[in-house]
Design a protein around this ligand. Structure first.
Ligand code: ZN
Ligand code: ZN
Length: 242
């Protein structure tokens, strides 16, 4: 019966744990993190924006483009790619030209226009030596047309959520404590580790022992009373085993 209770509590805590994992699953987190765009919304990392820009190098316009940009460090995009959910929603999304440009976008609102310089020495311009504008200082006119998606970074796994690991640790600790408490309670009435003394007479778990300090033979209370005292030393005092 006590063993059944042990399993029941284990199953219950496991279900709670699985329920917790489901509630905090990545898809739910990412959808709940999309925020409504208002005229006051400013561009932050991981947003998707419609932008128009002109790139000047010295006195020449070398690039003039309009496009949908995923606001993230372009080098990280190269390594990890644009998240699938964002490509599904915005099929024309592409990586921003360089990190300096991304920093220029941050804080802009729809309708804003700004001049923005990215020096090569900052390390945030075109770092790749195959790029035609490698080693150049860049001068942008950036026009932010629209914020298409205001979102925080969608976590790729549960482990990206900052509180996840401490919570797992805490829950594991609680489960461990529950198990230890259960085992303790169970072993109070059962000889779980074969450490309990057994009644000399009937071999059930002893709850008393002979009160003669030199004897201390274990008995169950019932047997001790039935035998009118200790069979070994004939003492008739008994003391409880704690
Ligand atoms: Zn007995
Ligand atoms: Zn005795």
């Amino acid at each position: 019966m006590a063993l059944e209770n042990l399993f029941r509590s284990l199953v219950l805590t496991s279900f709670l744990f699985i329920g917790f994992l489901l509630v905090f699953s990545p898809s739910l987190v990412s959808t709940s993190r999309a925020i409504e765009v208002t005229p006051d919304t400013k561009v932050e990392m991981y947003d998707v924006v419609r932008v128009n820009y002109t790139l000047w190098i010295e006195n020449d316009i070398v690039d003039d483009q309009e496009g949908t940009i995923y606001v993230e460090d372009p080098e990280i995009i190269d390594k990890e790619g644009v998240p699938n959910t964002i490509i599904e929603e915005f099929p024309n999304v592409y990586a921003p030209p360089n990190l300096g440009f991304v920093e220029g976008l941050l804080g802009m609102k729809a309708g804003d226009e700004k001049s923005w310089q990215v020096l090569f020495s900052s390390g945030k311009a075109f770092n790749n030596d195959t790029d035609p504008y490698h080693r150049e200082d860049l001068f942008y006119i950036i026009r932010l047309k629209k914020i298409l998606l205001d979102a925080s970074k969608p976590p790729t796994t549960l482990f990206d959520i900052p509180i996840f690991m401490p919570l797992v640790f805490l829950i594991s600790l609680v489960i461990l404590l529950l198990i230890i408490l259960r085992i303790q309670r169970y072993s109070r009435t059962h000889d779980l580790f074969r450490l309990k003394k057994k009644c000399l007479s009937c071999r059930n778990i002893a709850d008393v022992m002979c009160g003669n300090p030199g004897c201390n033979t274990p008995y169950c209370k019932k047997c001790f009373l039935e035998k009118n005292g200790c069979e070994v030393c004939h003492s008739n005092t008994m003391v409880p085993i704690n």
